[in-house]
Design a protein around this ligand. Structure first.
Ligand code: NAP
Length: 312
């Protein structure tokens, strides 16, 4: 199958390029950088160097690739995310709200059958069950919140993939990534904060997080090439878990001291209201639909095993 992978050099893009090429697909993978283009070629794909914000240039790449499937893995997050800084998400919001819909239109115009787009499994509203499925209501943040533009950008990305005429939109809502290059890698920014004991359990740590190893995220994306009706799928492991459980296990896996506990009021001051809210109220994501309809199962069924085996 001819596949255009936008973001082939990213944390999912790298393992995904190798999986796609290994499965015999004919892949064009994008990056902005010449040096990363060589790695894309070495993984078995044809690199295309393009800045996705340059829409005419992106359109030329898509048209030339004549893809049957387009995969959007474009994000541009800083090395360390700061929930108090609105600029932290600005570039990614633009990729989601401007480039996402444009890429959906370009995919349809180039004759692609399917568009698979990267979303997240941690923007469900903090209401209802502790673990929710894809039809649960999504988060909204009040105007004035530094992260307020995040949920509307994700909504626009998802809406455009699902509603662009002539194309099957598949939204993969990935859990929190761990594995090479991620915030939760042993050399990632969260691991660094945990080692410095600056990433505590907040309040009772009741917020439920859903994790996924990037290799498992890539495998689910490969499965979505041919399987699954259009719609949204949570791509996370089998064990959504409260912060009070996973954070001490994460610290142990990276050889750090046990995390401290801090009260919510203090966390709101040093990490921001949103971070404190996630730590206490976040809903977990059920992967039942992805397992059933994509015929996919995570190799790291639980972060318990994944943190131990992939981070140590
Ligand atoms: N679900 C999750 O937990 C989640 C989701 C996303 C990101 N993250 C985290 O965020 C951190 C940083 O990730 P990241 O956002 O930099 O993602 P990344 O996975 O490192 O890169 C994303 C891809 O987007 C491409 N890209 C970005 N801006 C582009 C542009 N203007 N034009 C064309 N391509 C562009 C990058 O290409 P080039 O740079 O090669 O041009 C790269 O291929 C990682 O730790 C990751 O774990 C987590």
């Amino acid at each position: 199958m001819r596949v255009l992978l936008a973001g082939a050099s990213g944390v999912v893009g790298r393992p995904l390029t190798a999986l796609l090429a290994g499965a015999g697909h004919d892949v064009v993978g994008t990056t902005r950088s010449r040096s990363k283009a060589e790695a894309i070629r070495a993984a078995g794909a044809e690199p295309a160097i393009v800045d996705a914000l340059d829409l005419p240039a992106l359109e030329a790449v898509v048209a030339e690739a004549r893809p049957e499937v387009v995969i959007n893995q474009l994000t541009a997050l800083p090395d360390a995310l700061d929930f108090r800084d609105p600029d932290s998400l600005a570039a990614t919001n633009r990729l989601r709200s401007e480039v996402g819909p444009a890429l959906a239109r370009m995919a349809a115009e180039a004759g692609a059958r399917r568009l698979i787009a990267q979303s997240v499994a941690f923007f469900y509203a903090p209401v209802g069950d502790r673990v929710v499925s894809e039809d649960a209501p999504l988060m909204e943040l009040p105007d004035g919140s530094p992260m307020a533009a995040g949920p509307p950008a994700l909504r626009e990305l998802e809406r455009s993939a699902l509603e662009t005429p002539g194309i099957e939109g598949v939204i993969l809502r990935y859990g929190y990534f761990y594995g090479p290059g991620t915030y939760y890698a042993a050399d990632g920014s969260i691991a660094e904060q945990v080692r410095k004991r600056r990433f505590p359990v907040i309040g009772a740590g009741t917020g439920v997080f859903s994790f996924i190893h990037v290799d498992d995220a890539a495998a689910a994306t490969l499965a979505a090439l041919e399987r699954g009706a259009p719609g949204a799928y949570n791509v996370s492991d089998d064990e959504p878990a409260p912060m009070s459980e996973w954070l001490p296990a994460f610290a142990e896996a990276i050889g750090a001291k046990r995390p401290r506990r801090v009260p919510v009021c203090l966390a709101r001051l040093f990490a921001g209201k949103e971070a404190a809210g996630l730590a206490t109220e976040l809903r977990g994501a059920s992967n039942a639909k992805a397992r059933r309809e994509l015929g996919w199962a995570p190799r790291y069924a639980s972060w318990r095993q994944g943190f131990r085996e992939a981070l140590g």
